[in-house]
Write a protein that binds this ligand. Sequence first.
Ligand code: ADP
Length: 399
Amino acid sequence: MSRVLVLNTGSSSIKYRLFDMGDRAVLASGLLERIGEETSRLTHWTEGADPLVVDRRVADHQEGLDAIFEALGSSSGLSAGLAAIGHRVVHGGEQFSTPAVIDDKVVEAIRELIPLAPLHNPGNLLGIETARAAFPAIPQVAVFDTAFHRTMPPRAYRYALPRDLADRLRIRRYGFHGTSHAYVSREAARHLGRPLAEVNLVTMHLGNGASVAAVAGGRSVDTSMGLTPLEGLVMGTRSGDLDPAIVFFLHREAGLAFDEIETLLNQESGMKGLAGANDMREVERRAAGGDDRAREALDVYCYRLRKYVAAYAAVLGGVDALVFTAGVGENSHTVRASVCSGLECLGVRVDDARNQVRSQRPRTVSSDDSTVAVLVVPTNEELEIAEQTLAAIGDRRAS
Ligand code: ADP
């Protein structure tokens, strides 16, 4: 009974990974895309075999999970030895500061949080309900993106809004990408050879979505995303921080409805809005080819990030390491170099040769005379969810 299946269910896609928790090995993984569209695609990987690609219409999540369970069943005998299923849930609101073993009450609580995460929690919930129906005897655990940031103090999570209104509507900063910030914090401390409780870190999760966190002794004390994942850094398609009056301005001057503005800020802005491409590799290619918009977009992206890093160094009262992770953070040496240039005043010095080394392992890219270590630590949100899932059912069995 040492297998854990991790499900990350979105509105039109399901990502999954099956772990043998004995040695943390990935037995199988995959991605089902375009659920509900004309043709959906299931790509399924199993250890040591060619990927299996199935193109056919998958009408809904129920059918989608059936197809995934079938692929897992035939490739790895899924339910044999399945100890638990771990679900990524984006918004855990104020209720959830730790993973929750799923029962009807937890399902209702996640449903109740839909107004706070209308783009994410409904998909997550569908995954939970479908998996519970398929495997009623297997414990299931919800692991929340927000949970790691529940340690933020009020000065970090309060917006300066009328208190009663904000409290009634649960408007506050929650933060996201918590499993990733938690995972890379632990790995960074391990790489530094120091106890997590003794290090101050600024962790940068730079994927399509992007956020930065100030982590003091393993606890999140501030992070750049807020009530929703829209706040903070410039992202692939999200604007990040804006003057909130821009929303009213767009409504009045461009005649946009509020849901159109929501789409504009979430899906048409960020690098896509600035450079015409949300994929950082493409933006870098265009910049290298002399495209001024792409160059400026990269400048805006790195400048915003640099400001957050310096602000969080102040929040922490000194920082031991900067940690880069996720697609852009792990792969783009130019973004890392650009973010760190200008931070010499904090004692940050990047070593060019080390910074350009490519590797799947945690590594140091700062020079020996840098007083702040600069690290690249590959994230593994699925493994973190699997570990937390196993710990949660272990806790329940023990209690
Ligand atoms: P998410 O999980 O949020 O979808 P990822 O962590 O996979 O995202 O990161 C996706 C981003 O990483 C994309 O913008 C992609 O362009 C970028 N990326 C991946 N590889 C590289 C690379 N070699 N150089 C620069 N950016 C990269």
